[in-house]
Design a protein around this ligand. Structure first.
Ligand code: IPM
Ligand code: MG
Length: 362
């Protein structure tokens, strides 16, 4: 019997609702496959600001570092939205990524054949979409310094810094090429090399790293063109690798190819062990959605699919991961949908019911 330590950080809004469903599903996996999952829970984000005055305590980081993986819900909400506040809920997710060294964010985008008709895009455009966006997660505009706002005789001003080092670009490019090797052998590196110095460095290094992967077809795309091609011809992409901010924007866009933000899981990974596993943070790409929080409308599938990624990438449990993915598929095939993905002829269910259905299918 294998034992694993998992830290849960539900956070705010629908984060707490969707994580409860993922835990339900994991409990079934635990039973069926005879593992022991030791869950611990920590308050983060806005809830932690209310309780402790900070979004992410060092105790939480210490617990995360001592775990095999972190299951992360979502953070933020109108209550903590003051942009001038010293502490912000988002500090929790940014701090977690940075302090755990999770530099590679994997966001798979796939549309279920039965959800094609309900896409906001035409069926013939989205049909066959199957890509993974790899977003650099611990550099770029999110973490570059200086980052500040001030006021002087010219009025209010603010600065953020877009900075990338050779080391940061090289390691994320390797992640991209290696993943492409396991897939359709095509990597698209997205930058803004026609304007930004960081973009030129990015392209240069991606090309250099590419020489070590002669089996991979490497293309470069400017981020504006990438945004267009994502909805013009999404099937032209296999693996995309890009910097932090571009990845944030492009993956919200890409989520709509999968039908809804509520369908898109993600894995944030750092250094890997010899067997390919290593600590990771698993979260849906959607936020805390305060507009629907507490109403049972949230789609827990992105969180449940994130738990599947956790089993595969941090715990090395491939069959168990595939079992969860199969269960989600079965529930979709049976016609069950949360409101965000409801279409013609489907049975609309709430968050808890959706979790129950997936758990039963495991
Ligand atoms: C995401 C989110 C976060 C980000 C926010 C909540 C800080 O949008 O994971 O995509 O910008 O990285
Ligand atoms: Mg985002």
């Amino acid at each position: 019997m294998a034992t694993f330590k998992i830290l849960c950080t539900p956070g705010d809004g629908i984060g707490t609702e969707v994580i409860a469903e993922a835990l339900k599903v994991l409990a079934r996996v635990e039973k069926r496959f005879k593992h022991e999952f030791q869950f611990d829970e920590e308050i983060i984000g806005g809830a932690a600001i209310d309780k402790y005055g900070e979004a992410l305590r060092s105790k939480t980081i210490a617990k995360a570092k001592a775990s095999d993986a972190v299951l992360f819900g979502a953070v933020g909400g109108p209550k903590w939205d003051n942009p001038k506040a010293k502490v912000r809920p988002e500090d929790a997710i940014l701090g977690m990524r940075k302090q755990l060294g999770l530099f590679a964010n994997l966001r798979p985008v796939k549309i279920h054949p039965l959800m094609l008709a309900d896409s906001t895009l035409r069926r013939e455009v989205v049909e066959g979409t199957d890509m993974v966006v790899i977003r650099e997660l611990t550099g770029g505009l999110y973490f570059g310094r200086p980052q500040k706002r001030w006021e002087d005789s010219r009025g209010r001003q603010a600065v953020d810094t877009l900075r990338y080092s050779e080391k940061e670009i090289t390691r994320i490019c390797h992640v991209g090429f290696k993943l492409a090797q396991q897939r359709r052998k095509k990597l698209t590196s997205v930058d803004k090399a026609n304007v930004l110095r960081t973009g030129q460095l990015w392209r240069e290094i991606a090309t250099e790293v590419g020489k070590q992967y002669p089996d991979i077809q490497l293309d470069h795309l400017l981020v504006d063109a990438a945004a267009m091609n994502l909805i013009r011809k999404p099937t032209s992409f296999d693996v995309i690798v890009t910097e932090n901010m571009f990845g944030d924007i492009l993956t919200d866009e890409a989520a709509m190819l999968a039908g809804s933000m509520g369908m898109m899981p993600s894995a944030s990974l750092g250094k890997r062990k010899k067997d390919g596993t290593g600590i990771g943070l698993y979260e849906p790409i959607h936020g805390s959605a305060p507009d629907i929080a507490g109403q049972g409308k949230a789609n827990p599938l992105a969180m449940i699919l994130s738990a599947a990624m956790m089993l595969r990438l941090s715990l090395g449990l491939e069959a168990e991961a595939a079992c969860i993915e199969g269960a989600v598929d079965a529930v979709i095939v049976a016609g069950y949908r949360t409101p965000d993905i409801a279409g013609t002829g489907s049975s609309v269910v709430d968050t808890v019911k959706m979790g129950d259905l997936v758990a039963e299918a495991v």
